[in-house]
Design a protein around this ligand. Structure first.
Ligand code: ZN
Length: 154
């Protein structure tokens, strides 16, 4: 492995740890227009994602609460940081890309647009942790579709 990719891996690891230790947008969102729970029974991760979507289908605000492993918390925190201020369609596109990236074998080059979300790439080496990383994204998808059932990774 080249020095450069080692450095990148270190940077990504730091980013994950930072978001796990100090999750962004953590807590209940007042005035949420959409919300959904996510449950990953394999690891015990549980979270609830809140969205405030405005009349122009833009995500004005978002937050999450819950308990889980470092990967699930970091992923939810990165999610909120990423989708805030974005159109709903863009958030859905992120959901598609992230789930495809982490569960598939497609070329990394397709996912340059994911930016710091690519910090989650490391979990691909640990298949049992992929569900921790995708949990918040499944909750996002459920919330946007107003599903009554909690999103589950099973
Ligand atoms: Zn987990």
């Amino acid at each position: 492995m080249s020095q450069q990719s080692d450095d990148l891996q270190d940077l990504y690891r730091e980013l994950i740890l930072d978001h796990a230790r100090s999750p962004r947008h953590f807590g209940r969102l007042q005035n949420a227009t959409h919300e959904a729970a996510g449950i990953n029974p394999l690891c015990g991760d549980k979270l609830r994602l809140y969205l405030q979507v405005d009349a122009d289908d833009r995500i004005e605000d978002t937050s999450f609460e819950g308990t889980g492993c470092a990967i699930s918390v970091a992923s939810a925190s990165l999610l909120t940081d990423t989708i805030i201020g974005q159109p709903v369609a863009a958030a859905e596109a992120y959901f598609e890309s992230i789930t495809r990236r982490l569960t598939g074998t497609e070329a990394a080059e397709l996912y340059e647009h994911l930016g710091k979300l690519r910090a989650l790439d490391g979990v691909k080496e640990f298949p049992s942790r992929v569900k921790c990383a995708t949990l918040a994204w499944h909750a996002l998808h459920s919330a946007l579709h107003n599903h009554d059932q909690p999103a589950t990774t099973e």
